[in-house]
Design a protein around this ligand. Structure first.
Ligand SMILES: [Zn+2]
Length: 120
């Protein structure tokens, strides 16, 4: 604490010191607790990590007649059939959900392979 007072009486000096002490106490109380901040940040990062892991489990694309939709319950955005059928995308372009879609031709191929495997 600097001595900025000059020619003050003792009462002014006492008030000044008390004011400084109160200000220090207020600063000390309002300062955020570092442990709490670290704990809160860790909790947030764990939750974010878990949500990102959930996106890594592939889910089957929802198909209604002509439209394809993202299987993620939070997204549900329509995905272009060109992206699914021609480019065979593996992730939702909106949310990054891992997706899969079995076309009928692939199913036929799988069945043909299975018939060959069983017959041999
Ligand atoms: Zn999505």
């Amino acid at each position: 604490m600097k001595k900025i007072y000059t020619k003050w009486n003792i009462l002014d000096y006492i008030f000044f010191i008390m004011d400084q002490l109160v200000n220090l106490a207020i600063e000390y109380k309002t300062e955020p607790d570092v442990e709490c901040m670290i704990e809160a940040e860790t909790k947030y990062l764990k939750a974010e990590n878990n949500s990102l892991k959930e996106l890594q489990y592939p889910k089957k694309v929802i198909k209604d007649e002509r439209n394809y939709c993202c299987p993620n319950s939070k997204c549900k955005k329509e995905i272009s059939s060109v992206l699914i059928e021609k480019y065979k995308i593996k992730f939702c372009p909106e949310c990054g959900q891992r997706i899969y879609y079995l076309t009928t031709s692939r199913r036929v191929d799988n069945e043909a392979e299975e018939c060959q495997r069983l017959s041999s």
